[in-house]
Design a protein around this ligand. Structure first.
Ligand SMILES: CC(=O)SCCNC(=O)CCNC(=O)[C@H](O)C(C)(C)COP(=O)(O)OP(=O)(O)OC[C@H]1O[C@@H](n2cnc3c(N)ncnc32)[C@H](O)[C@@H]1OP(=O)(O)O
Length: 188
């Protein structure tokens, strides 16, 4: 939970040289696509700490339970995740023309898992993909997921996997995914 993270965040190890020390923006792995890619001004970039004020949490709450976090709780979670560098990438799509508190229109996350299998291989996990209800059907979900997959490929992952509902099969097929295996879970 974030309260656990909060405690840990006070004792973060010194970051390796490859991880930028910025406390406000997570590390970037490669250049972002041109802002005009889809013919509008929406730009895809790494999560910034200021995105708390731009509607990031209300957007996530369209996906699952996401109670508000205070500024310091948000900062603690951000610091914990930023310390994972390129192993935990959160992308957002920002519309600079929207109202300041509603600028984050889409988000998606990539977690890179290291394995002993495959000679110390890596697997990318795509999580927490959501597009604001008013901005769906404009290709934003596709852009964010494709970008996450590109980042996973660039990081040396041999595959990227995700869990979703049956209704989302067609969407993820458009993003390049094929159905494989069965999803199982234990909830606490
Ligand atoms: C791993 C996870 O996080 S799973 C959770 C996914 N998130 C959610 O379910 C949250 C609620 N839903 C959403 O946020 C959005 O509807 C998303 C993310 C599923 C799709 O985002 P959008 O921006 O609307 O999708 P986008 O416009 O990029 O669509 C890309 C293509 O997929 C298709 N598509 C989009 N959603 C769906 C759907 N639910 N069913 C079938 N096809 C779909 C589109 O028609 C489009 O196809 P086209 O290129 O032939 O026109």
């Amino acid at each position: 939970s974030c309260s656990t993270r909060k405690k840990k965040a006070c004792h973060l190890p010194k970051l390796p040289a490859s991880v930028p020390s910025s406390r406000t923006q997570m590390a970037s792995t490669s250049p972002e696509p041109a802002a005009t890619e889809t013919g509008d001004s929406v730009k895809i970039r790494r999560l910034q700490i200021a995105d708390r004020e731009r509607g990031f949490l209300p957007l996530l709450s369209q996906l699952s339970s996401c109670p508000d976090l205070t500024e310091s709780e948000f900062a603690a979670c951000f610091a914990d995740l930023a310390a994972l560098g390129d192993d935990h990438v959160i992308l957002v799509a920002e519309d600079p023309a929207a109202a300041p508190e509603r600028r984050i229109l889409s988000t998606g996350c990539l977690f890179v898992e290291r394995k002993f299998l495959r000679g110390g291989g890596k697997v990318g996990h795509v999580e927490d993909v959501v597009v604001d209800a008013a901005a769906r059907g404009r290709g934003l979900g596709l852009r964010v997921v494709r970008r996450l997959v590109e980042i996973a490929k660039g990081a040396g992952c041999y595959k990227v996997i995700l869990d979703c509902t049956p209704e989302l099969r067609a969407y993820y097929a458009k993003c390049g995914f094929v159905e494989k295996g069965v999803q199982m879970a234990v909830y606490f």
